[in-house]
Design a protein around this ligand. Sequence first.
Ligand code: NAP
Ligand code: ZN
Length: 346
Amino acid sequence: MTKAYAAQTASSPLGPFEITRRTPGPEDVEIAILYCGVCHSDLHTARNEWRNTLYPSVPGHEIVGRVVAVGERVHRFAVGDLAGVGCMVDSCGHCASCAEGEEQYCENGFTGTYNGPVAGGENTYGGYSARVVVKESFVLRIRHDEKDLAAVAPLLCAGITTYSPLRHWRAGPGKKVGVVGLGGLGHMGVKIAHALGAHVTLFTTSPGKVADGRRLGADAVCLSSDPAQMAARAGSLDFILNTVAAAHRLDDYLGLLKRDGTMALVGAPEHPHPSPAAFSLIFKRRSLAGSLIGGIRETQEMLDFCAAHGIISDIETIRMDYINTAYERMLKNDVKYRFVIDMATI
Ligand code: NAP
Ligand code: ZN
């Protein structure tokens, strides 16, 4: 039996729970989990905000740990190695998306690290647990210094979810990029966009985060609740990465884009955003887009990029039994900037 923390229903707090992990098969890697980041998706799932939660729900998809066993056909990992696991643990492997290394868009539905295959099937249990067994092809190599391990965990979701769209829409030198929301994803978005060489403007609703925005790499910070600050930036950005976890008026941000600019949504709120006005799009031929995590190959590329640029997450390490309080603080935008569970406390 493996120790874990689970939500038993949408309204019950998370608490101790025992799960069974499979015995590692020939292609499997067994990892003793050292740290697991706390993503807002964990909260959406534990509370059934997306109406698809399988219970008991063991969230957690920002996993880092040490390899404790490998199957006979595993070649890239050995016992004692550090390893990471993100949001996916399997996909069909043969559709066009999988063939292109974009397993997150698997046409037959990838298998989430928690909450099972997106196309339906048996539940899977995530990283709020002592151990996990994962197919080698979904295990990531960690090249950061071991002392930073806890702060590497959030890269496995918050890192890749921001890196992938920033690369896809070519954030880089000469580009003006906006990042909306300074939470777990947003603070990684600011760091990565800055490291890619873009000019970064952070949009935050929290006056207390303005100074942090600059420290994290933003060239400018705009308090989005101030209409004058927003109006001053109308039509100025090439690309906006919107990480907000709650429904809000998208028109306020679409108006900040230049002609042909794009805003990509990565935030996945419980309730739909009010529909943007057609005029927000048609007058400057703007696009509204979305992006889902990133493929395994790109996740490794992101981890290596962050290791090379000295990028880790700004974290608050917590005990496992603090998780319910952590969720309440997340809902108050009171996280600087990612909670990470020390799995020794489970
Ligand atoms: P988080 O740490 O809670 O950060 C969200 C931030 O959004 C907050 O810190 C806050 O920033 C801002 N915000 C919250 N409520 C707002 C409101 N009503 N109006 C405007 N801004 C608001 O959450 P996270 O872990 O970064 O996740 C963000 C969202 O992305 C979640 O919905 C999550 O499920 C989703 N997600 C999507 C993917 C994907 O693949 N697309 C992957 C992971 C997560 P300020 O205080 O700066 O305003
Ligand atoms: Zn996540």
